[in-house]
Ligand binder design. Structure first.
Ligand code: FEO
Length: 395
C-alpha cells in the first residue's frame, strides 16, 4: 500500500513481519524487517529501490495498482543486494527499457545476479538527474557501506536523503517514522544493525560522514531501506553513526563462555563476581554462548570496553561454538577493546592459550595470561577466578 512521505514522495515497500533470519541464517531479526521502496511522482516518475525477491509479485501488483508501470521514467538502484533489487526481474518484465541508475559496481552486481542486460545508466558521486518541478536527484557513492556498489540518493527541493542500508534497522513496523515507534526498540535494532553490518567499515564510514556533511545538504528526512524513516531530528542517527564509527565503547564488560560440564560456567560466574566487587559501576553481563543469540552478543561486544571469553579444553583446543564466535568477532574488526580468556580443563589444558591467540588475531588487547583451572573448580579455584575478575576490572 502506498503511503505519502512528503509532497509527491511515497513509500511503496513491504513490511516483513515474520522475518527471523537475514543474510541466510547469519543475522537474527527478532523484530522482522522492512524493505523500503519509494515512488517519486514529479514531472518525472521515479522508483527508488524495490523489495526482496519473495515479495516481488506482490510489490509489482501493488505498484501497478497505483500507477501504470510504463509511467515510471527512471529506476534508481541504490544497492544491488537482493533485498532491494529482488523485484527488479519481475518489474523489468513489464518495462524492459526503463533506465536503471546505479553505480558501475551495481551494474556488475545486478548483471551477476540476474544475468539481464537492462538499460543501465552508470552514475558517480555528484551526478544529478532532473526530475522536473525544479527538483533533481543527486547521487552519492557509498562504497563499502556496506557493499562496493552501495550509494545514496538525495532529492533536492524536498531535502530527502534516500540512504539505502545506512541508518537502517531490521525492525518491522507500520508506523513508518522514527518518532512513532518505541525508542528503546528502535535504537537497540539500530545499534545491532551497525554492530553486525557496519562495524568492519567504521573507518570508511567516518570519512564518508565527513564528506556528506561537507556537502552542506539540508536534510529534512532520511529515508532508509530498512525500518523507520528518520523525520524527527533526522541527523540524530547521523550523530549516532559518528559516535559508533569512532571505536565505540561504553563502561561495560561482557563475559561470554561455553561449557561442557559447567566447570567453565562456574569460573564465568566467579570472574563476574570479581569484576563486580572491583567496580560497582561497570555494566556487566554474562552469557552462555550456546544459549544466546550470536548477533545480540556481537552487539554486546560492540558496546563493551572489555570482553572475557571462556571455553573448556576439548581435543587440545576450544569448543567450536566459541571458535565460530571469535571468527565472527574477527570479521567485525573491532578496535580499542580489551579481552581476557579463561577455561577449565581435565587433561592437556590448551584452551586459554588458543583463546588468547584467536582474540589477539581478532584485534583485542589481551589482559594478562588468562585463567585456567584443572578439573572442577573448588572453593580455592573459585577464589582465584574471583581475583582474576578483579584484575580484569582494574585493567
Ligand atoms: Fe539491505 Fe545490503 O542490503
Amino acid at each position: 500500500m502506498k503511503k505519502q512521505i512528503k509532497n509527491n514522495v511515497s513509500w511503496v515497500g513491504k513490511v516483513d513481519w515474520e522475518l527471523q533470519r537475514f543474510h541466510g541464517d547469519e543475522y537474527s531479526t527478532h523484530k522482522g524487517s522492512t524493505y523500503n521502496s519509494y515512488l517519486i511522482q514529479e514531472e518525472k516518475t521515479v522508483l527508488i529501490d524495490t523489495v526482496w525477491a519473495p515479495f516481488a509479485d506482490e510489490f509489482v501488483q501493488n505498484l501497478a495498482s497505483e500507477i501504470p508501470l510504463e509511467k515510471i521514467d527512471f529506476i534508481i538502484a541504490n544497492h544491488g543486494e537482493v533485498d532491494h533489487s529482488g523485484a527488479l526481474p519481475a518489474l523489468m518484465e513489464h518495462i524492459p527499457a526503463t533506465p536503471i541508475y546505479c553505480t558501475a559496481n551495481a551494474v556488475t552486481s545486478l548483471k551477476g545476479q540476474y544475468h539481464k542486460d537492462w538499460n543501465f545508466k552508470v552514475v558517480k558521486t555528484g551526478d544529478t538527474l532532473d526530475i522536473g518541478n525544479g527538483k533533481s536527484l543527486v547521487f552519492v557513492e557509498m562504497k563499502m557501506l556496506h557493499w562496493p556498489d552501495s550509494m545514496a540518493t538525495y532529492m533536492t527541493g524536498d531535502n530527502i536523503l534516500f540512504s539505502n542500508d545506512a541508518f537502517g534497522q531490521h525492525y518491522a513496523t507500520d508506523r513508518l517514522y522514527n518518532d512513532l515507534v518505541d525508542q528503546c526498540d528502535l535504537f537497540s535494532e539500530a545499534v545491532k544493525y551497525y554492530a553486525n553490518i557496519l562495524t568492519p567499515f567504521s573507518g570508511i564510514l567516518a570519512k564518508k560522514l565527513e564528506e556528506v556533511l561537507a556537502l552542506n545538504l539540508s536534510i529534512d528526512i532520511i529515508a532508509t531501506s530498512h525500518g523507520v524513516i528518520w523525520r524527527d531530528n533526522p541527523l540524530q542517527i547521523v550523530q549516532k553513526y559518528a559516535q559508533w564509527a569512532a571505536n565505540y565503547k561504553e563502561n561495560k564488560i561482557t563475559v561470554i563462555y561455553d561449557t561442557m560440564w559447567n566447570g567453565t560456567k562456574t569460573l564465568a560466574e566467579s570472574i563476574a563476581d570479581g569484576i563486580r566487587s572491583a567496580d560497582p559501576e561497570v555494566a556487566l553481563s554474562v552469557h552462555n554462548l550456546a544459549k544466546s543469540d550470536e548477533n545480540d552478543l556481537i552487539t554486546g561486544v560492540f558496546t563493551s570496553k572489555t570482553v572475557v571469553i571462556g571455553s573448556p579444553t576439548v581435543s587440545n583446543s576450544i569448543l567450536h561454538s566459541i571458535a565460530g564466535f571469535l571468527h565472527l568477532a574477527k570479521e567485525m574488526k573491532f578496535k580499542e577493546k580489551k579481552a581476557a580468556a579463561f577455561g577449565c580443563y581435565g587433561w592437556s589444558g590448551e584452551s586459554v592459550k588458543v583463546l588468547n591467540g584467536l582474540l589477539s588475531e581478532a584485534g583485542f588487547e589481551i589482559i594478562g595470561e588468562g585463567f585456567r583451572n584443572q578439573w572442577n573448580p573448588d572453593e580455592s579455584a573459585r577464589a582465584r577466578a574471583f581475583e582474576f575478575g578483579k584484575q580484569i576490572a582494574r585493567a
